[in-house]
Every structure is written in C-alpha cells, then in structure tokens.
Design a protein around this ligand. Structure first.
Ligand code: UT7
Length: 340
C-alpha cells in the first residue's frame, strides 16, 4: 500500500477487569461518604479493584491477548507496543517493555505514554502515525491503570472516583479513508497541579516525609478539573470533526472518557447527540483513566452496536492538563452472536 494512502484501523480489541467489585456502600465503611453523594455527583455505583499482587502490566497482558486473538495477529508479528498509563509498574523501565516480554512480541518496539486519562487517545494517535508513514504495519495500543494503588483511601474527594482495568486494541494499516479519519490532541500545562501525584519523581523524591504527608498519592482540585472538562470535551470534539471534514450529524457513536456522567452529559448536549448514541459504563467501573475508552469501546462493539462504516468519536481529558479526540471509521464486522 503506498504510504500516502495509508491509515490505521482497529482490527482487534480486548479488556481485562479485576474480579473484585467494590460498591459505594463498601466505601461508606472506609470514608465519610454516601452512596447518594457518589451517585448524584459522579454517576458511579461500583468499581473494580485489583488484588495486592497485580500491577498495570498484568492487566495489560490479559487485555492484549484478547485483542491479538480477535485480530488474528501472533505476538511475534507485533511491530510496536504503546502502553498509556499513569500507574506504571515502575517509574522505569516502561510497562510496555514488560508487556512485550510477557507476550513474546520479540520484534516490537515498546514505550509508555503519560497523558493522564487522555493517554489512550494520545497513544492511538502516535501509533497511527507510525503506521501511516509506513514505518510499521501494525501496533498494539493499551490503556492500563491500577489507580487503587495510588489513591489515598482516607481522601473522600478522590478515592471514590477511580477503578482499575485495562483495554487494548490492535491497529493495522488500511487504505486512507478508513480507520482513523481525524485526530486532535492538546495540553495546557498551567493546570498541571490540578491533578497530580506530587512526590516520587525528581522534583520531590520519595522519602519518609513525603509518604507521611501522603504526597505519593493522587491529589486533585476536582472543581477546577470539572470546569475544564465540561469546556474541553465539546471543544475537542468539534475540532476533530472539522479536521476530518465531518459534522455533528455524522457521528454514529460517541465513546467518551468515563469520569463523571455530568461531564459526559454536557458534551452530549454541546454536540446535540441523542443519548442512545453515547456510551456510558462508568456506573460499573468508575474512572479507569487511560483504560476507560478502550474498555467502553470493546463493550459497545461486543454489544453489536457498531457496524462497518460507522463514524465513532472518542474524546478524553485528563492530567496535564491534556485533551484528545479521534474520529474513526469502524472497519470490524458486527461480532457473531455470543462473542460477548
Ligand atoms: O479523569 C480526570 C479525573 N478527574 C475528574 O474527572 C474530576 C472532575 N471533577 C469532578 O468530577 C467533581 O469535581 C467531583 C465529583 C470530584 C466533585 O464534585 P463537586 O460537585 O465538584 O464537589 P466539590 O469538590 O465542590 O465538593 C462539594 C462538597 C464539599 O463539601 P463542602 O465543602 O461543601 O462542605 C466536599 O467536601 O462535597 C464534599 N465531598 C464529598 N462528600 C461526600 C467531596 N467528596 C465527597 C464524597 N462524599 N466522596
């Protein structure tokens, strides 16, 4: 395929969700919160939490195996692995290198992307460029997060929001005009401190003092992130549609980052979309950061809601602050009965 005529499309998708379900009622036993507060302010009812032995790469490997199986791509043939995560196994090496080793993807280049909850959209965009230029013919793109290990379980403003999980997609070269039709990525570092883990990096290395002050856990200015998210989800969606030469009316399905149902409702209204065209699963999983979009996309696909040629809009916001939106022309056939 001549490179000027290439794009990248999702040809396999998989997920991994921890078995343990933690309900809002359970959290009422740990912090001063209520099921009513969490539901009405966020839409979340329960989330999945890993057991203490599991790390981001464990979930990533399971999600990847499912995505590779659907794509019919042997691990040894994978060209590139990108893991989007803010909860890596280690500061270094990259979680992607551990995934590459566990999958036996011997020829694959591997690296991580840190763009907060926007990480999956960033990774999808980066991998697609490698495919479009012809450097690689395929890529495995994973969003994997274990935020349960990085929240302060005494901080009700954050611990009720997040859940663990991973989603993976296999991208392959397709003719231009299919797969990724448009991409819009952005960042505003002036909001970097609104959502951060303050310690454990080179600015403030981990010490007894940082641990005592809980600076190794997630700190968030919720209302500031909320205001930003409500504005940027609509703006980023409109920008990417324009880049792709499409209109709001062309959208068959919106799969947004799953952080808060009030934020998704605002984006839905801004785009004038019927609620049936918007997928929400945060009531079951909470905010899984970079994993939220691929997990939701897999559910939409396995439910038989996407058909070949559908226009799918992905849009996310997150730490950085970052944002990103991608428009895809779907290429996978509706799964056979019972695939889900
Ligand atoms: O993927 C990116 C990740 N981040 C986000 O998406 C966060 C975006 N922000 C939000 O979703 C919302 O700001 C939150 C859901 C985090 C908070 O909702 P809010 O309506 O902005 O509440 P607030 O932070 O302004 O707090 C309102 C009240 C406060 O009490 P006072 O000061 O009014 O007495 C909080 O202390 O709610 C209290 N509060 C809680 N009460 C019960 C905060 N967290 C809780 C809680 N349970 N878990």
């Amino acid at each position: 395929m001549p490179t000027e005529l290439r794009s990248a499309a999702i040809v396999g998708i998989g997920s991994c969700l921890p078995e343990r379900v933690v309900s809002n009622a359970e959290l009422e036993q740990i912090v001063d919160t209520s099921d009513e507060w969490i539901r009405s302010r966020t839409g979340i009812c329960e989330r999945r939490i890993v057991d203490s032995t599991k790390a981001a790469s464990d979930l990533a490997v399971q999600a990847s195996l499912a995505a590779l199986a659907m794509a019919g791509l042997p691990a040894a043939a994978v060209d590139l692995i990108i893991v989007a995560t803010i909860t890596p196994d280690n500061i270094f090496p990259a979680t992607a290198s551990r995934v590459q080793e566990r999958l036996g993807a011997r020829k694959a280049a591997a690296f991580d992307i840190s763009a907060g909850c926007t990480g999956f959209v960033y990774a999808l965009g980066v991998a697609s460029q490698f495919i479009a230029t012809g450097l690689y013919n395929n890529a495995l793109v994973i969003g994997s997060e274990v935020l349960s290990k990085f929240v302060n379980w005494q901080d009700r403003k954050t611990c009720v929001l997040f859940g663990d999980g991973a989603g993976a997609v296999v991208l392959k070269a397709v003719p231009a005009g299919e797969g990724l039709l448009g991409l819009h990525l952005g960042s505003d570092g002036s909001g970097a401190d609104y959502l951060a883990i303050p310690a454990g990096g080179s600015r403030l290395p981990a010490s007894n003092s940082t641990v005592q002050r809980q600076l190794h856990t997630v700190h968030m200015n919720g209302p500031e992130v909320f205001k930003f998210a409500v504005r940027i989800m609509g703006e980023a969606s409109l920008k990417v549609l324009k880049k792709a030469g499409l209109n709001k009316e062309d959208i068959d399905f919106l799969v947004p980052h799953q952080a808060n149902s009030r934020i998704i409702d605002a984006a839905t209204k801004r785009l004038g979309l019927e609620p049936e065209k918007v997928y929400i699963n945060l009531e079951r999983y909470g905010n899984m950061s970079a994993a939220s979009i691929p997990v939701a996309l897999e559910e939409v696909y396995l439910a038989g809601k996407l058909k070949v040629g559908d226009i799918v809009l992905l849009v996310a916001f997150g730490a950085g602050l970052t944002w990103g939106a991608a428009v895809l022309k779907w290429v996978l056939d509706v799964p056979e009965e019972g695939a889900s």
